[in-house]
Design a protein around this ligand. Sequence first.
Ligand code: G3I
Length: 402
Amino acid sequence: MSETHSFSRRELLQGASMLAATTAMTALTGCGPKRSSSSGHGLPGVDVSGSHSLKAHAMDARMLFGFAVNTQKLRDDAAYRALVEQQCSIIVAENAMKWQALRPAIDQFSFADADALVEFAASRHIRLRGHNLCWHEALPEWFAKQVTAVNARQLLRDHIRTVAGRYAGRMHSWDVVNEAIDVKDGRPDGLRNTPWLQLIGTDYIEMAFRVARDADPSALLTYNEYGIEQETQDAAMKRAAVLLMLRRLKQRNVPLDAVGIQSHLQAQSAYGTGLQRFVRDCREIGLEVFLTEMDVNDRTLPSDIATRDITVARLYRSYLDLLLPERNVTAVLTWGVSDAGTWLNNGKDRAREDGLPQRPLLFDDHLRAKPAFVAVRETFDARRQAGALRSTPTPQKPLPKL
Ligand code: G3I
């Protein structure tokens, strides 16, 4: 990270006092305040609603903000749904549009959840990202047993044509291919040795994008990746491999509009000029950049909640201050609505040594805004106030109307 940012005294006092009060109350009564501000979602004295929401501040900065959502909570939890409606100009399904959710059998599709999400987004005028059309994970159980080198190409083509075709004209963007690069697999082209590569060959990526464009000419077709963010040798090598693949696709006129930088951040890692250069390299080949799955893994931080929340907020601020001045960055999404549903609290390899749940997101498990909310909102304001463009976006398709 090229520079550290100090919080204003007000933010620190706000964050600390809110957290101290909440922690004390929770300790005494066993349950924290359910709502702690006029809008019902905020830090004491910090309004998070209406013009103070993240979507409003993002809009002023000519970008989109949103969450990855759980479709069952969206359906059943009114407070969760209200927070999504209040804060989001874009959303993505955490799981409901993956193969595992859509494909109960090799000859069947199950669209109920995905259809409901598309209707929810359309009725609230919230843009919708699709995630994802081709990945080596979240494959249904029948995949390993029934998919072969003989049927894989047609199966992938039919899946993309059916799913992207079903929602044509209603999607902001699709993660067409997810996480196809893994330098550690040792291939000269850096491609991950996925079942798709083994069964179809290296052209599965090109085919996926071409079929997706045919199926939905209006969606921004995105390549989505993780592990390219940090200022480390491994991340630098992965960035280089991703860029090599993207450049080759663009040279072959493969329809490709954006790159998703997942942004699963580690609390004590450095982020800096390597990633900034990558974003500019993407702009130079006409690609928008979405920060698609942002959260902060706090497992290495101390147990104290106030310390963790302020440190997490500081990292969100530094990371976004690094990237948001790049005008081809046009959307930011966190991977989840609140700490209550984070994937980081599932799985032993992500568990904190003190056994406490992680607190990676902008809202806590009672849907109350945390210091990270203030930090992220201020980075949107900084982008708006910067005004002068560090680099004018040259996306092949017009920027989404905000
Ligand atoms: O829905 C089934 C449920 O019916 C079943 O009883 C249960 C038993 O295991 O599994 C449930 O499915 C789980 C699903 O999440 C929904 O909760 C899967 O097992 C579980 O593997 C799946 O994990 C998701 C993971 O991707 C794999 O798809 C996480 O929630 C999700 O946060 C995570 O997200 C990924 C992005 O898609 C890509 N980038 C990395 C990111 C984090 O790994």
